[in-house]
Write a protein that binds this ligand. Structure first.
Ligand code: GLA
Length: 675
């Protein structure tokens, strides 16, 4: 293994901005120079160096499981594992093969909605979804893989796949003999249920959208362990990334199929969605940990899944830890507790805490280590482009018309002082202006393709005047040319995160300075509001790193997305030409086998997005990963967010604590029990 300093993102390497040409051929403003705060060094591996699938001579298990086997409560470990389990390789572990036992303590701000992720329910985020769900492929740990081996996702439930010659058919091969946490076999019945009755069923809000594998794609089961997608057009390796978290994660058909309206005359789509409420523990999962206790607003306690299908090279069934906690408090508390040592993990993503958290974690006896990565977090304002959804009166209608006018959006850009917005969330060197599109820390960010509309109040005023939005009644707020009303725009944001509130306050004042009145509206459930389309503007953290990850959140690939361009009940919406071009560019990324072509298509998206001010970017900042020092195998360099969140990137099934450092388990000796 060679030691390489990985600085993902060409822009980070140069740190120097390029000069972009706008469509009119006029020189657009360059992005200001960016200086990364990340100087981590770590080793990169080949994709096959991380894990493999093979049978080992003998297997070990957590000692308390052996007692349960001896008591006849569990089958022997060899019978619980697949014939060829996934084997995590020792060379890819920074501290090597681990010791069994102990507790890993998460703290999260989310609350589990329920365990039916197939129907789109989340489990509370912050790593709890990922502790229960396993997906066909995996992308989180790709950050550890060398550039020349970045040819699509890593295997997971699917151990391999192959293409036909013209690449219109993709056959996936599952690991044979994986079992759900209740011992039931996992096989293509689960896959067919995922695809036919969830992804392809318009009544189910599946995380993979209907066209998530490409428009018109079909899926056919070949046998118990293989299934085949057939595409309308040839596809490339990126297509398989859609089968990673959070889109390609099957659920237990033996539990959920009988609850689905297609298979049960008494069921409705509502009853199906809520068939596994958050208090119904333990749910049946494929992940390393199973929720066994849920005390609302307090804690979710998980115990190891005795059927987990991954081992280390010494044959030890994973995970190493016996228990995982999710304390249910707030996202800021996650950082506070990680710094204090009462939590084991935080994606530090609230810049207001950075200075203090850094100071504290530098101390010799600090319980936590902090590692800063590149700037991956970004915040933006999203404008609703529908001329019908959430339109309540003539004023809303006129606003939507304005939002659809590029000059209006560019004027908003010029009215916002992004440096000041950045300083409002954290003083110091953390923030950098965000023009929209890919975050600077993305391997796909291309500064040359980034069109930047810098703060220029006079220009903003001039552009608003030219649009006929002038202050006709002299009250300090401009008036809409059609209805004559004061221009007042609701701006919805998440109540729970001070970082958003600070930015909203800054925007209210900056837009107020050019005669636009912003009416801030804080809500508890921003996701639900965004889904409903019932807003004019939203402010939120929204960052894009990898074009094939959850693409529907950003680009109108299917009717239900993105949130800011909803279709009406009849499925109508009026896409901008540049939106259609962005969809085409994503299709190209999904189809190509040439990384340079994929990068060029991503640059095109960056250009279209920023030039058209598709969203109004605010600021972007690095994040730091905080991990308690007693935790081993938390690989140096794990980014908070890149291909996936750090909870996936850090590979939690292989984290361990030495016996002296292990914390007492609350539910020692227990495994999930099913009726
Ligand atoms: C939330 C948190 C992130 C991360 C993800 C994981 O969004 O804010 O830091 O933990 O959940 O899904």
């Amino acid at each position: 293994m060679t030691r390489i300093t990985r600085r993902l993102g060409l822009a980070l390497l140069s740190g120097i901005s390029g000069v972009a040409l706008s469509t009119s051929g006029v020189l657009a403003d360059p992005m200001p120079p960016e200086k990364s705060l990340s100087a981590l060094e770590y080793e990169l591996l080949g994709r096959d160096d991380l894990w493999t699938y093979k049978s080992l001579d003998a297997y070990n298990e957590a000692p308390f499981l052996t007692e349960l086997v001896e008591a006849g409560k569990l089958p022997p470990v060899g019978e619980r594992l697949p014939a060829e389990p996934l084997v995590h390789l020792t060379d890819a572990m920074s501290d090597g093969v681990g010791e069994y036992g102990g507790v890993f303590r998460h703290v999260i701000g989310g609350r589990p909605e329920g365990w039916n992720w197939l129907a789109g329910q989340h489990q509370g985020w912050g790593g709890i979804n990922m502790a229960v769900q396993e997906c066909f492929t995996r992308v989180g740990p790709l950050w550890q893989v060398k550039a020349e081996d970045q040819s699509g996702p890593l295997p997971n439930l699917a151990k391999s796949w192959d293409w036909n010659d013209d690449r219109t058919e993709l056959t996936m091969h599952l690991v044979e003999g994986i079992r759900w946490s209740d011992g039931d076999p996992f096989d293509t019945e689960d896959v067919a249920f995922w695809w036919d009755d969830n992804v392809q069923d318009d009544n189910v809000a599946s995380r993979m959208s209907k066209n998530g594998m490409g428009e018109g794609t079909t899926m056919e089961v070949l046998d118990d362990s293989s299934f085949k997608f057939t595409f309308k057009e040839p596809q490339g390796p990126s297509r398989i990334q859609s089968l990673a978290y959070i889109q390609g994660c099957p659920g237990p058909a033996h539990i959920l199929k009988p609850q689905h309206p297609k298979h049960n005359a008494d069921a409705t789509y509502d009853s199906y969605r809520t068939a596994q409420t958050a208090d119904m523990v333990p749910p049946v999962v494929l992940g390393p940990f199973v929720p066994v206790v849920h005390r609302p607003d307090e804690i979710v306690i998980m115990r190891r899944n005795p059927y987990y299908w991954k081992v280390d090279e010494a044959g030890n069934q994973l995970p190493y830890m016996n228990e995982m906690h999710f304390k249910l408090t707030s996202w800021s508390d996650r950082t506070t507790q990680a710094v204090a040592g009462t939590g084991d993990f935080s994606n530090m993503e609230n810049p207001g805490n950075y200075v203090e958290a850094l100071k504290q974690s530098q101390a010799e006896d600090a319980p936590t280590k902090a590692q800063f990565g590149p700037r991956v977090l970004a915040w933006e304002i999203e404008l609703n482009y529908s001329d019908t959804v959430g339109v309540e009166d003539e004023v809303d209608k006129e606003l939507r018309g304005l939002f659809r006018d590029k000059d209006f959006r560019v004027a908003l850009n010029h009215a916002i002082d992004r440096d000041a917005v950045g300083q409002s969330i954290a003083r110091g060197p953390f923030s950098y202006p965000y023009p929209g599109g890919f975050s600077v820390g993305s391997p796909y960010y291309d500064v040359e393709s980034t069109v930047y509309y810098p703060f220029d109040k006079a220009k903003a005023m001039e552009m608003l005047d030219a649009l006929g939005i002038t202050d006709t009644d002299g009250n300090g707020t401009r008036n809409l040319p059609g209805t004559g009303a004061d221009i007042e725009i609701d701006l919805t944001y998440d109540n729970g995160e001070p970082t958003d509130k600070k930015q909203v306050d800054a925007v209210v004042s900056m837009l107020g300075d050019v005669g636009i009145r912003i009416l801030p509206r804080a809500v508890d459930d921003l996701d639900a509001l965004a889904d409903s389309g019932n807003f004019n503007m939203i402010e939120r953290r929204h960052h894009w790193l990898v074009p094939t990850r959850e693409t529907c959140e950003y680009i109108p690939l299917s009717l239900g997305c993105p949130d800011w361009h909803p279709a009406d009940a009849d499925g109508n919406r009026d896409l901008f030409d540049f939106e259609v071009e962005m969809v085409d560019a994503v299709d190209l990324i999904q189809q190509t086998w040439d990384p340079a072509e994929a990068a060029a298509a991503a640059s095109k998206i960056q250009k279209l997005w920023t030039e058209n001010a598709y969203t109004i970017g605010l600021t972007q900042a690095p994040a730091a990963l905080l991990i308690n020092k007693r935790i081993n195998n938390a690989h140096p360099g794990t980014p908070v967010f890149m291909f996936e969140w750090a909870e996936d990137g850090v590979v939690r099934e292989r984290l361990w604590a030495a016996s002296d450092d292990q914390l007492d388990e609350l539910l020692e000796g227990q495994v999930p029990e099913y009726e």
